[in-house]
Design a protein around this ligand. Structure first.
Ligand SMILES: C[S@@+](CC[C@H](N)C(=O)[O-])C[C@H]1O[C@@H](n2cnc3c(N)ncnc32)[C@H](O)[C@@H]1O
Length: 182
C-alpha cells in the first residue's frame, strides 16, 4: 500500500497496478511521469470513487481504471501492450478503510501466471508489495511461495531480485531485468 521508494527508479512507458484502493498508486505513477497508467480494482465503489478522482486524466487517456478481479482479467488487459510495463502488484483483501476482495485473498500467483502467459520476452519490471503478509503463514493468504518464485524466474530468468522499503523495511520485492540500471 505504501510506496516509500522513488517510483522514478522503475520507469517504463506503462504502469500497471492491481488494487487501486483510494488512488495513491495512481497519484505516485502520475507524479513519476509514466506515459500510461492502468489500474485494476475489484470493488465497484472504489472504481467509481477513482473515476471521479481522476476524471481529467481519464478523459485525456493517461489513466484507465478497469473494474475486475485481477486474478482473472489481467491477461486480457496486458496481452496487447507492446511496450514495457512496470507492474505494481498490490491486490489483496482490504477490510479496513473501505476495500474489497476478489476470489482469492491475495491473487499474486494467478497474476504472475497471466504475466507468464502473455509477457515472456518483454523487459517488464515487477514490483510486489506486502511481502511481510505474503510470507506470513498466520495471515491466511495462503500464497504458494515456491510457485510464486518459480513463476517469477520463468517470466524472466535474468531477473535481479531486490527487496526495498514499503509499509515496513524490505516489504517490496522488485524483479528487474539484469540490464536495467537501478
Ligand atoms: C492495499 S490496497 C491497494 C493500494 C494501492 N495499490 C496503493 O498503492 O495505494 C488493495 C486493493 O486491492 C483491491 N483488491 C482486492 N482483491 C482484488 C482483486 N482480486 N482484483 C483487483 N483488486 C483487488 C482491494 O479492494 C483494495 O482496493
Amino acid at each position: 500500500m505504501s510506496m516509500k521508494f522513488d517510483l522514478r527508479s522503475f520507469i517504463n512507458p506503462v504502469f500497471l497496478e492491481t488494487g487501486t484502493f483510494h488512488g495513491g498508486g495512481v497519484r505516485k505513477a502520475l507524479d513519476a511521469g509514466f506515459e500510461e497508467i492502468l489500474t485494476l480494482e475489484v470493488y465497484s465503489p472504489l472504481v467509481e470513487e477513482n473515476t471521479t478522482r481522476y476524471k481529467k486524466e481519464i478523459e485525456t487517456g493517461k489513466v484507465k481504471i478497469i473494474h475486475g478481479d485481477s486474478g482473472f482479467v489481467l491477461k486480457s488487459v496486458i496481452k496487447e501492450i507492446n511496450s514495457n510495463i512496470t507492474f505494481w502488484l498490490d491486490a489483496h483483501i482490504q477490510s479496513q478503510n473501505g476495500g474489497g476482495e476478489g476470489s482469492e485473498r491475495c491473487p499474486i500467483v494467478a497474476e504472475l501466471e497471466q504475466i507468464l502467459a502473455t509477457r515472456v520476452g518483454k523487459k517488464d519490471i515487477i514490483l510486489i508489495d506486502d511481502m511481510r503478509l505474503i510470507e506470513n503463514r498466520n495471515v491466511g493468504w495462503s500464497v504458494n511461495l515456491n510457485e510464486m518464485y518459480r513463476l517469477i524466474w520463468e517470466i524472466n530468468p535474468s531477473y535481479i531480485l531486490k527487496r526495498i522499503d514499503g509499509h515496513i523495511p524490505y516489504d517490496v520485492l522488485c524483479c528487474v531485468p539484469s540490464d536495467y540500471i537501478l
